[in-house]
Design a protein around this ligand. Structure first.
Ligand code: SF4
Length: 230
């Protein structure tokens, strides 16, 4: 593992422009900014290449931005440089993802993005303090009892604009019920709750649809995976 040079430097794994495939912003042209580093340890994680800040994988901004896809390489980038670069894309919605982006203080980055006319969304496991601009849309996708041993924080559940829970079996819905029970009715009323079937499994999708209808929750399907786009 390596240390970052300073607090206004972030570790970047990749940037790509696509359509947001999940949750409230489904269909929005978006720039995805994947930060490097995640200790949460989900067994089914499809971005394991973003877990470690290994010194031997450290590269340059130009190479990381040009790589166009998954890969272990990452680089350090200054916040002002990152914002200037993002302004060269067409989309005006930013999705900060990971890895686990909440390993880092993102107040300065999200505030500068919003000041430059972007809408901003962060996707987090809810296991670290969320440090973002108050106008940043927060998606908490709770990762419960994973190998890293991190707990879902009350502060993350309270801050969430949407809670998007991965589901494959009834146990996952029971876990979500236990999480939501930690919120007051007022806190809960201000959020959208989504069930998202894991890996497009048919059984998981049927369970999610039935439960959403029963509970008045929303269904999030990973439309980008059905469309076979990044
Ligand atoms: S929190 Fe996200 S990036 Fe980290 S292991 Fe889980 S799915 Fe992967």
């Amino acid at each position: 593992m390596t240390q970052l040079a300073s607090s206004n430097i972030l570790p970047l794994n990749e940037i790509f422009e696509s359509i947001q495939g999940e949750g409230s912003f489904t269909g929005a042209p978006s720039i995805f900014v994947r930060l490097q580093g995640c200790p949460v340890g989900c067994a089914w994680c499809d971005t394991k290449h973003s877990w470690y800040l290994n010194a031997e994988d450290k590269s340059t901004f130009d190479i990381v931005v040009a790589k166009g896809g998954d890969g272990d390489s990452w680089c350090e980038v200054g916040i002002d440089h990152l914002v200037s670069h993002l302004l060269t894309y067409q989309a005006r919605h930013i999705v900060l993802t990971g890895g686990e982006p909440c390993l880092y203080d993102l107040v300065e980055l999200t505030s500068k993005l919003i000041a430059n006319g972007f809408s901003c969304q962060i996707e987090t496991s809810g296991t670290f303090d969320i440090k973002v601009d108050p106008k940043c849309h927060v998606t908490v996708s709770p990762k419960i009892a994973m190998k890293g041993g991190y707990k879902i924080l009350d502060s993350a559940l309270i801050r969430a604009n949407e809670i998007k829970h991965p589901v494959a079996m009834q146990r996952h819905i029971d876990e979500l019920d236990a999480l939501l029970a930690r919120l007051t009715p007022e806190q809960l009323a201000s959020k959208k709750v989504y069930l998202q079937p894991i890996s497009q499994q048919n059984r998981a999708t049927k369970l999610a649809i039935a439960t959403c209808i029963e509970r008045n929750w929303w269904l999030s399907i990973q439309t980008h995976k059905y469309l076979d786009i990044q």
